[in-house]
Design a protein around this ligand. Structure first.
Ligand SMILES: Cc1cc2nc3c(=O)[nH]c(=O)nc-3n(C[C@H](O)[C@H](O)[C@H](O)COP(=O)(O)OP(=O)(O)OC[C@H]3O[C@@H](n4cnc5c(N)ncnc54)[C@H](O)[C@@H]3O)c2cc1C
Length: 496
């Protein structure tokens, strides 16, 4: 009889683990507390408009072979999907009204920057070569914990020319990198491409490089369609998923995870338990904080999280082809939106994908960062919470009317997601949509996927990697099954 694997959570990590477990002859069953698959990789339909809650760029969508491309193929994630590659990554309009366009093609971006700042030709060239070089890094598909000497040697020989640049760019933020420009506009705008505090230059160039090589596109249909493709493939392979049941406890006997307790009181037993759910609730609630060491405790006490978001989605009766698909607008002075004061706003539209809105109409999504504590308290008082959302909605319409003529008159349907929306649907701790913040200090942190003194139990997904993201979540699911196969003395294989 095949060994049973229980997977807690049907986000991308959980779906991937389930898929690889099914490919390797195990009996996987995913328990997902929500009524849908995908976790934070989701979207929702309102009156014919798709409000996408996730994907901006997806690494691994290119035609060339590579680790993530292989994983998406194995999972059936991109099957029959058109990939849309943008010419422009984003446009930034600063508080003086100056515009800066970030082209995805590195040659075009270099030429554009040279016209803006010919005096910075050396710094622009370095920026160009760093963009091309970093994305060339070949990440082996085998889990690093299972590498042998030959794997290490191969990795070193394939990437040795890149290591020096990787080292240099891992130590500095993109803001520090931008000091190499003398032109005030470039100095100001380069860090704003990735407006996260202390964002590592290496992560910035990795993204820009994949965009240049057309390996970081948008899969037609967006996030929910992407998750749906993976779950469909998983079910076709005989995998099982149970929705609408929350795992409240992980059952342990003699320091070995043996099953789960569900919120309907049912107990289910298995040979292996994998949690692909939020890390805090796994360690401190489902396992009652009993399997910890000082290092893990310190990590949960000290490591910063991504600041949660307000995401406002609008279905509108106008095409909006006059501005780019993603634009950051800075205000000359802070604007009040509900109880938040904001200095800038990101506006996205999805006209590049005809499946996202009915003909001639458009989806517009705006987002900005907010305080979790504020929303946690507000959520206790239902009426005030709804009122605050209403205020945000109305204030945003006023702002959007200033940017897009007659916007509010054309709104058909709208939706406001707060940090509590993420908590309610996915349990993600403090509404952090991508887990642990990536910066130059956290970049190299390794988060264990096993807990001390607990056998047959593993953790995967965005709470076990720094910076989150769809590709690492899926690779985690692959790695863990490969690891279990090794433990069971089975040869790991995929069906692709
Ligand atoms: C706005 C936004 C934009 C993003 N943009 C990108 C992007 O452009 N590119 C990119 O690569 N990544 C992006 N990401 C990040 C990426 O989506 C995530 O890092 C990734 O999807 C995380 O997957 P996961 O499976 O680890 O976690 P999750 O998606 O959080 O999945 C966890 C699952 O576990 C379930 N669960 C939790 N507790 C329990 C329980 N007790 N019982 C049962 N089920 C439970 C939850 O309901 C959820 O379905 C974005 C995320 C957001 C929110």
């Amino acid at each position: 009889m095949s060994k049973k694997i229980i997977i807690i959570g049907g986000g991308i990590a959980g779906l991937a683990a389930g898929s690889y477990a099914a490919m390797n002859g195990f009996s996987p069953k995913i328990y997902e507390m929500h009524s849908l698959p995908g976790g934070v990789c989701t979207g929702w339909q309102r009156d014919g408009f798709w409000f996408d809650g996730c994907i901006h760029w997806l690494i691994g969508t290119g035609n060339d072979a590579g680790t993530f491309k292989q994983i998406w193929d194995e999972l059936g994630a991109l099957k029959n999907k058109k990939i849309i590659n943008h010419d422009i990554f984003k446009t930034i309009i600063n508080n003086k009204g100056q515009e800066f366009v970030v082209y995805t093609n590195a040659d075009r971006f270099r030429d554009y920057m040279l016209t803006l700042a010919p005096e910075d030709h050396e710094a622009i060239d370095s920026f160009y070569y760093d963009t091309l070089e970093i994305a060339d890094m070949e990440l082996p598909i085998k889990p690093q914990k299972m590498w042998n000497i030959r794997d290490y040697l191969q990795f070193i020989s394939q990437n040795k020319s890149i290591f020096k640049s990787m080292g240099r760019l891992s130590k500095i933020s993109i803001k520090e990198y931008a000091k190499s420009f003398t032109n005030p506009l470039l100095k100001e705008m380069i860090p704003k491409i990735f407006p996260l505090p202390d964002f590592p230059a290496v992560a910035a160039f990795m993204t820009l490089g994949h965009l240049h090589y057309k390996n970081a596109g948008w899969p037609e249909g967006g996030a929910y369609s992407f998750s749906k493709s993976i779950v469909t493939h998983y079910l076709e392979m005989g995998g099982k998923i149970q929705y609408n049941l929350k795992v409240v406890k992980i059952l342990v006997k003699k320091k070995k995870a043996i099953g789960i307790l569900l919120d309907n009181g049912e107990k289910v037993y298995a040979d292996y338990i994998i949690s692909a759910a939020d890390g805090y609730s796994t360690i401190f609630q489902m396992l009652e904080g009993k399997y910890l060491d000082e290092k893990i405790k310190k990590h949960y006490d000290e490591t910063p999280l991504f600041t949660p978001l307000i995401m406002a989605s609008f279905g509108v009766n106008q095409g909006l082809s006059f501005f780019d698909h993603s634009t950051d607008f800075e205000f000359s002075k802070p604007k009040k939106v509900g109880s938040n004061y904001i200095n800038s706003i990101n506006i996205k539209h999805y006209n590049f994908d005809p499946t996202m809105a009915p003909d001639g109409k458009a989806v517009v999504i705006v987002g900005f960062e907010t305080s979790y504590k504020f929303w946690e308290e507000m959520y206790e008082k239902k009426e005030e919470y709804e009122y605050e959302k209403e205020k945000i909605h109305n204030d945003l319409l006023k702002i959007l009317d200033e940017i897009i003529p007659n916007f509010s008159q054309n709104v058909n349907v709208s939706d406001i997601a707060t940090p509590m929306t993420w908590v309610r649907y996915t349990g993600n701790w403090k509404g952090s949509f991508e887990g642990w913040l990536i910066n130059t200090k956290t970049l190299r942190k390794k988060i264990p996927k096993k807990l001390p003194k607990l056998k047959n139990f593993y953790m995967i997904g965005q709470w076990t990697t720094i910076g989150g993201g769809l590709p690492p979540a899926a690779k985690d699911g692959r790695d863990i099954v490969q690891y279990i196969c090794k433990k069971e003395k089975l040869r790991f294989h995929t069906n692709f």
